[in-house]
Design a binder for this molecule. Structure first.
Ligand SMILES: O=C1OCCC/C1=C\Nc1ccccc1
Length: 476
């Protein structure tokens, strides 16, 4: 396994138990199962499609079916079900007739594309009529794309918020890529989740402490270095100097990291004292001097009600170091001094903090944010209602449009027939029932019969996900 976790490199085991029995349940003479993935709606009205390329490269590409894997699966399922339900013959067929490569075709909207909800995002179909049962085997794995997609979407919505406040209160938006830093490595459920979710955040930003995301972006999206960080303190490196050693600890930070940015958590005991007397008096000259080498101290509060603490810290530091008014008329600390708020940050809390700063005439330029659990973990498949459904089948040589339409939940109604995603008057439209024009289909074949057909680069993925406000500024 490449990203940690139990070494389960057998796709014959990467599915739900009930699916092992589904080859016995389709109509006899079924030769095609065509299924699609969509966000049915949810928290945000548009989603960033991201992460399928990782799943394809990690699990589907190449000769992924072998006799050994069949034997392993056969043994497990015999014990798991206490009976013979495993499709040994069907998997042997794939080894014998396809050299262990999966006879599937996956078409998807390009990675990074932002699509309004309720549109088809990718489709899966079998390319060998004997393997109709294979399409939905992979629902389990492929629906996991909900995670990188939802992290990227939530992260991008926060980018919109921060960009709008920079637009209103800062000279420019140059600092935007580093305004939301990933603090989430410890707050996710596994190293692989950190890699996937951390990469999803880096589709929108460039600041991260989630090192696993760098490896993922490099290995699966060709990103040489997808994210950056800076020397920063944690409470232990301050408090180990003792209750009366905070000044020494701070001085050590400034002298050990004399150039560039250095961040220092300052709430170990009394952040008001730290800002007013330690940073603002005792170490003031050292901090000002760093400015001569274009170096910046980043003061980090880490407790208290975020908006209150941020404004009070800015006010104390402003008094000690002075402020300038920028072109928008908002106050900015000297360039050698900034703050970062990494506690209590989420899509829900960002606006309140930035609104309070704006009301008190502080530019958004003064602050960066860190977010952990809210960024990488406080979401689930229902956040964007991600689902995978069969919409078309061929049975006895007859094509049939397949759908569900529960009287108990109209919202769960699924789309019918072969689907295409097309642009009509500049808007995404999902054309159903095979009425689409293949020439206009925005769904691109990305995987077929064991081969990856599209390898999207990191920069093009980030480019597609860019927010309108930034694109507008670039045009000026
Ligand atoms: O507090 C934290 O929780 C856990 C993740 C890292 C972290 C802080 N890192 C940091 C990086 C750059 C500037 C400032 C802080």
């Amino acid at each position: 396994a490449t990203c940690g976790g139990p070494c389960m490199d057998n796709v014959l085991l990467i599915t739900d138990s009930y699916k092992v029995t589904h080859h016995m349940q389709y109509p006899p003479e079924t030769t095609t199962i065509f299924s699609y993935f969509e966000s049915r709606g949810g928290k945000f009205k548009e989603t960033v499609f991201f992460g399928l390329q990782y799943l394809i490269k990690r699990w589907l590409v190449g000769q992924v079916v072998t006799r050994e894997k069949i034997a392993e699966a056969k043994d497990i399922y015999k014990k798991h079900f206490g009976q013979d339900v495993f499709n040994e013959e069907g998997w042997n067929y794939i080894v014998e007739h396809h050299g262990g490569k999966l006879p599937l075709l996956i078409k998807a909207v390009p990675e990074g594309t932002v699509v309004p909800v309720k549109n088809v995002l990718f489709t899966v179909e079998n390319t060998d009529p004997k393997c109709f049962w294979l399409t939905n085997w992979f629902e389990t794995l492929l629906v996991q794309v909900w995670y990188p997609m939802t992290v990227a979407t939530n992260s991008r919505e926060q980018k919109k918020i921060i960009a709008s406040f920079l637009h209103e209160t800062a000279d420019n938006m140059d600092g935007l890529p580093f305004k939301l830093h990933d603090f989430g490595f410890r707050g996710v459920s596994a190293v692989e989740a950190a890699a996937i979710g951390g990469a999803a955040h880096l589709v929108n930003f460039m600041g991260t402490d989630t090192i696993a995301s760098l490896v993922m972006a490099r290995k699966y999206y060709g990103a040489d270095m997808a994210g950056f960080s800076i020397p920063a303190a944690e409470h232990s490196t301050i408090t180990a100097w003792g209750k009366n050693g905070e000044l020494e600890a701070f001085k050590n930070m400034l002298s050990r990291f004399p150039k560039g940015l250095v961040a220092c958590v300052s709430d170990s005991y009394d952040i008001w004292n730290a800002c007013e007397n330690l940073w603002g008096k005792e170490l003031k000259n050292m901090i000002v001097k760093r400015g001569e080498s274009n170096s910046t101290l980043v003061v980090r509060p880490d407790s208290g009600e975020p908006a209150d603490v941020v404004v009070k810290v800015l006010t104390i530091l402003g008094k000690a170091f002075g402020t300038q008014k920028n072109s928008k008329g908002y106050k900015v600390l000297p360039p050698y001094l900034r703050i970062i708020q990494g506690d209590g940050i989420s899509y829900e809390t960002l606006t309140g903090i930035l609104e309070r700063m704006k009301k008190l005439e502080w530019s958004a330029d003064n602050i960066a944010f860190g977010s952990g659990g809210a960024l990488l973990q406080k979401l689930n498949r229902d956040t964007q209602k991600c689902a995978f459904k069969c919409s078309f089948a061929v049975v006895n040589g007859e094509g049939v449009d397949v759908f569900k339409q529960p009287i108990t939940d109209p919202g769960k109604k699924s789309k019918k027939g072969r689907l295409t995603l097309e642009l009509q008057n500049g808007k995404f439209v999902t054309v159903q029932e095979g009425q689409g024009d293949p020439e206009k289909d925005l769904l691109i074949p990305v995987f077929k019969d064991g081969q990856l057909l599209k390898d999207y680069s990191w920069e093009e993925v980030r480019g597609r996900a860019e927010i309108p406000l930034v694109l507008e500024q670039k045009k000026k």
